[in-house]
Design a protein around this ligand. Structure first.
Ligand SMILES: Cc1ncc(COP(=O)(O)O)c(C=O)c1O
Length: 434
């Protein structure tokens, strides 16, 4: 599967055009796709790549799933845009019905549709502020909630997400996020949140807390047992709403429609995106009907939110997410991949920890398992070497030393065999001589 860089003539030409026309601030790997299917991408020079990134968790159902492609084609011939605030259509309602079914708990729940995860987060906060009449929001260390001004203000990592973009939105407070491998247990983080109520903001002024059940960009950190339950109980005690950010961890990635389902908490509000559109841009907010209906008519909306073509794709994608067979496959894939990663960890001391939930898994790479010094450069080198060898990887984590696996859940055994072999080979070479 070695990739011959010497034949990359179209890639080189496109890279030059990209440098000429596209803002340098938008990061991208030097790779241009021609077509993709399942867990494989073929680039403009005919090179094939196994995709362990899946558009950063947007392709749980794989590239170009036939039923999504067909639904998009069919919808495109009927109508492509209306703006739901101008003319309604069934697809929007059907997506909301399915998204509500993903929200754990007894309900009643309702939904609204937007374009991106960041927009879902913004709307969830708007609803929480409106419904409670309070302003403050608490997010957690290692949290990532998007790049728009409010979502970025909630996000914890300065580089590359926040540096130079302030001032940030007011009334955002941050509590310690659990990170047991680096010394912050769930109990420590819970104590940290209690301290925020004493040292930063009175709980009676807090509208909501927002937390990812598996922190994604922050390094694939699953909530330790009891943490979400503890935060939720504190929220209940103080009349604070719990917002569950499922944008990366949801949509069947962890074996269930929502990742928070693993701890049995029914959040007041939840945000969804990424894989819910089967590859098309769509996102949403679900929540208790009384909260979702609290805002005055016309207070929420937008031009493209719940675009009809995206809705047609999302109906197919959500039907899969809600299907028991799909969930069982996701769980089985997660177990399979965890075994493969643990085997790699057993052979390479640079793997400090294998962690995650279901099929949302990662390895944290360190220079020395005793000191846990983050292996940031070696991680970047592993990613680059893997790409040269036909495997797409992406780093995560506050120290950029975590390699996450978000391979489409439809990956075949040979995708996994080849992909994990290339990952291990690249890891070995990146750390050679250390
Ligand atoms: C947990 C979480 N929330 C929100 C977002 C923002 O989503 P989007 O990039 O679609 O705006 C992301 C994106 O990675 C995410 O992982």
């Amino acid at each position: 599967m070695a990739v011959d860089q010497g034949t990359s003539t179209k890639t080189a030409a496109l890279q030059a055009e990209r440098e000429r026309w596209v803002a340098a601030s938008v990061y991208s790997q030097p790779l241009f796709v021609d077509h993709a299917h399942g867990a494989r991408i073929t680039d403009v020079d005919g090179r094939e790549f196994i995709d362990f990134v899946g558009g950063i968790g947007t392709l749980n159902g794989g590239h170009t799933p036939e039923d999504v492609v067909e639904a998009v084609r069919e919808q495109a011939t009927r109508f492509m845009h209306q703006c739901f605030s101008v003319v309604g259509y069934e697809g929007y309602i059907e997506v909301c019905r399915r998204l509500v079914a993903c929200h754990p708990g007894a309900g009643p729940f309702k939904a609204l549709l937007v374009n991106s995860g960041a927009e879902a987060v913004e709307n969830a906060i708007k609803i929480a502020r409106y419904a409670t009449g309070r302003q403050a929001i608490i997010s957690f260390d290692q949290g990532f909630h998007g790049r728009t001004m409010l979502a970025m203000s909630l996000t914890s990592k300065p580089m590359p997400y926040k540096k130079g973009f302030g001032p940030f939105v007011g009334e955002v407070y941050r509590a310690p996020g659990p990170y047991p491998y680096r010394g912050v247990s769930g109990a420590d983080a819970l104590a940290g949140l209690r301290k925020v109520f004493k040292s930063q903001i009175d709980p009676s002024a807090v509208a909501a807390v927002i937390y990812e059940p598996v922190q994604g960009e922050g390094g694939f950190l699953p909530a330790p047992a009891g943490f979400i339950e503890g935060v939720y109980a504190l929220c209940q005690e103080h009349g604070i709403l719990y917002i569950d950010d499922e944008v990366q961890a949801g949509m069947g990635r962890t074996g269930t429609p929502s990742a928070i389902e693993h701890c049995g908490v029914s959040p007041d509000l939840a945000t969804w995106g990424k894989s819910m559109g089967g590859g098309l841009p769509i996102a949403g907010v679900t929540g208790r009907a009384d909260l979702m209906d609290a805002v005055h008519v016309g207070g929420l909306g937008g031009t493209f939110g719940g675009n009809p073509i995206s809705c047609a794709a999302a109906i197919v994608a959500l039907d899969e997410v809600l299907d028991a067979g799909y969930q069982a496959r996701s769980k089985a894939l997660g177990e399979d991949m965890r075994g493969r990663l643990e085997a790699i960890a057993g052979r390479h001391s640079c793997v400090g920890e294998v962690r995650g939930l279901g099929a949302m898994l990662a390895i944290e790479l360190v220079r020395d398992p005793a000191t846990k010094e983050p292996a940031t450069e070696e991680t970047a080198r592993t990613v680059a070497l893997a790409r040269e060898r036909g495997l797409l990887l992406m780093a995560a984590g506050v120290y950029a030393n975590v390699i996450r696996v978000l391979v489409p859940l439809v990956a075949t055994a040979s995708d996994l065999d080849e992909g994990f072999a290339t990952l291990e080979e690249s890891l070995s070479d990146a750390f050679a001589g250390r």
